[in-house]
Every structure is written in structure tokens, then in C-alpha cells.
Design a protein around this ligand. Structure first.
Ligand SMILES: [Zn+2]
Length: 358
């Protein structure tokens, strides 16, 4: 089964063999082994198809060989060419999708990430500097949380940028949880002052939130911006092997285990003095002890970078989604759409294209 993109565009021009309406899910299914595969991909991407996912399941239909699925929503832009920048970026994600597709069981995904300069500045400043107007002339510092976007630069290395549309201000000392692959939040200096601590590694709430995002199908990594530097949380190899389903159905148990085992008191001190004259040796010792402890436990793998090392590549090991090393939240959503059998009833398949109406 495969599609010719020209046909879909033509169908639209002809008024359509199948009625298409705004916001319908337009899906192309391409056979990886088809000799015309490369041209088909290029045409589809040129016409705005994206969010690549490789699957053997298409609604109720099981396919013998994996096929590449691409998606776009039907609207007034449908059938128009995308610009070069969009084309290049989608082609990169298609290539990564093909290259990283996992054909053997119990494998997982490995990439490196590099925080872009603006993301470092953002995390740093929201931990250390910025204050928000809390009304009545009071300025208050709050935790900030949000979502990252990944862009492949060299093969397997991704630049991480803040998704500015998706960065939101949490309540006082509270972070909101978002189902996304890569997320962040900050621990602001005022919280250090209030609690008289000079280090504030991830809290049990931070771990629980990340684990539930992971269980929901996302959760590639989480970054915590703090005064001392950045903490990077990923799921441990051990837990990854058990799969998401088990965590999702036993979330209460995991939460209790985290409450029991993942709390470590913050070292007490005067943060303003410590921040002015940091005793890097002492901080490093404390953080190394902390990491050693956390990484001896079962669920997470935690890394740390001082601010001056925040530009170094960070290795990320993460769980696949249905054998795909996904890098975009939309790929996860698209995959979920493809897996829901009840959607099959709503699908209309034409000879030359597959269309799913909502
Ligand atoms: Zn936190």
C-alpha cells in the first residue's frame, strides 16, 4: 500500500472522490521497500506532510512489513508547497525516523543533546534573577516550567531550544505537569533563601511528575535549572526494560516508592554568600554523593552540569515509542491516533490515498 501525493492533491482539485472537510486527518502510508520511496517521501514532505512514524499497525489493520506514516491536518494550506526551511527540517526528522527505527526487541534510543545559548540563559535567569509581579506591588519569584523543542544538527545530536509558546509560569513554588518528550522547570533563588538551603536537587514531586509523563508515553528527559547548575533526569535502563504499561497501571505503587526512597535533604547554608563565593569543591562533593545515591536506585538516571559546563553535549538514553525513537511530541500523538482501532470505523480509504475523517 502506498500513495502518490499528486493523486491526493488532484482529488482535492477534482472536488474529491471522498469528501474532505477542515481538520480531517490526512495520512499517507509509504512502503519502505518501494523503489519510488525516496521520491514519494520528498513529494509528501514538499506538500506539508510531517510527523513521521514507522508502524506495522494502521488502525485495525496489521501489516507484515513496517510502513512509514506521515500526517497533516486538512485546511486551506493543503496541497501547497512548504518553504525550504520547513522542508529541510521535516526531511531530517524523516531520516532520523528511518535510521533509528528499532527492528529488534528491547532496544532503546540514544542521542546527544546540546542546550542552545538562549535556553541556558532562560533556565539560568529564571532560577537566579527574574521576579514576577505578584500584585499589590509585590515581586515574587516563581518556578517556571515548559517544553523544549529538538533540532537535529549533526547525526544523532540535537540542539535543544525552549518552546516559547509553551513556557508557562507555575504557581508559587509549583510546577505544572505537561505531557511532552522534553520538559524543564526551575528552582528559584527565593525558595533557597526561604528554606535556607544552598542546593536544591529534584524533589520527590519532580520525580513523580516526570515518571507520570513517561508512563503517559512521553518523558524523554527533564531538565531542572537550579542555582548550582542543571540536573538532567531520564528513566533508568532497568525501568525502561519493564515498559511503560506496567508503570502506568501501577502508578500509585511507584509514587509511594518515590516518596519513600527519593527524598534527600538539601544541604543547609546561606545561599547569597554561597552563590557569591561558591565552594565548588564542596558543592561537587555533595552533588556527586547525591547522584551516586539516586543512580543506585531503580527508577531514574540523574546527571548534573555546573552552569559553566552547560554547553557540553549531554548523553540521553530514552525509551522508544512503538519502536520509534521519537523526537517530536506530535509523533507520539500521531502514533496514538494510528493505534486506536475505533478510529478505523471513521476512515475512508480511496484507491490512491488513505484518509481519516474525524
Ligand atoms: Zn522542582
Amino acid at each position: 500500500m502506498y500513495n502518490e501525493i499528486e493523486d491526493i492533491v488532484k482529488i482535492k482539485e477534482r472536488g474529491g472522490a471522498v469528501p474532505i472537510s477542515i481538520d480531517d486527518h490526512m495520512i499517507v502510508v509509504l512502503e519502505l521497500s518501494n523503489p519510488k520511496f525516496k521520491t514519494q517521501i520528498e513529494n509528501a514532505v514538499q506538500k506539508g506532510y510531517r510527523h513521521p512514524i514507522i508502524s506495522t499497525k494502521f488502525f485495525e489493520k496489521d501489516m507484515k512489513d513496517p510502513h512509514l506514516f506521515l500526517y497533516q491536518k486538512y485546511n486551506h494550506n493543503y496541497g501547497k508547497d512548504v518553504d525550504e526551511e520547513e522542508y529541510e527540517s521535516v526531511m531530517k526528522s524523516v531520516n532520523f525516523c528511518k535510521k533509528s527505527y528499532i527492528r529488534t526487541k528491547n532496544q532503546s534510543c540514544r542521542i546527544h543533546i546540546i542546550l542552545d545559548e538562549k535556553a541556558i540563559e532562560y533556565l539560568h535567569n529564571y532560577a537566579k534573577v527574574f521576579k514576577f509581579d505578584a500584585g499589590e506591588g509585590k515581586k515574587e519569584q516563581r518556578e517556571v516550567s515548559g517544553v523544549f523543542l529538538l533540532y537535529e544538527t549533526t547525526p544523532n545530536t540535537f540542539i535543544v531550544k525552549i518552546d516559547e509558546k509553551n513556557a508557562n509560569l507555575g504557581g508559587a513554588e509549583q510546577t505544572s505537569s505537561t505531557d511532552a518528550l522534553s520538559t524543564f522547570h526551575t528552582h528559584p533563588i527565593e525558595a533557597y533563601r526561604k528554606h535556607k538551603v544552598c542546593m536544591a536537587w529534584p524533589s520527590i514531586d519532580d520525580y513523580t511528575t516526570f515518571l507520570s509523563i513517561y508512563a503517559n508515553g512521553y518523558g524523554m528527559f527533564h531538565i531542572l535549572g537550579s542555582i548550582e547548575g542543571i540536573y538532567i533526569i531520564t528513566i533508568s535502563d532497568k525501568l525502561m526494560k519493564e515498559g511503560r504499561e506496567k508503570v502506568r497501571t501501577n502508578m500509585d505503587y511507584y509514587e509511594k516508592e518515590i516518596d519513600k526512597k527519593y527524598h534527600k535533604n538539601y544541604p543547609l547554608c546561606n545561599i547569597d554568600e554561597a552563590d557569591k563565593n561558591p565552594d565548588k569543591k564542596l558543592w561537587k562533593k555533595k552533588i556527586d554523593q547525591y547522584l551516586k545515591w539516586m543512580n543506585s536506585l531503580k527508577y531514574f538516571y540523574v546527571q548534573f552540569r555546573f552552569w559553566e559546563d552547560a554547553r557540553d553535549p549531554i548523553p540521553i538514553h530514552y525509551k522508544d515509542v512503538n519502536n520509534n525513537c521519537v523526537i517530536l511530541d506530535e509523533q507520539v500523538k500521531f502514533n496514538e491516533l494510528l493505534l486506536r482501532e475505533e478510529n478505523a470505523k471513521k476512515i475512508k480509504i480511496d484507491h490512491s490515498h488513505s484518509k481519516h475523517s474525524h
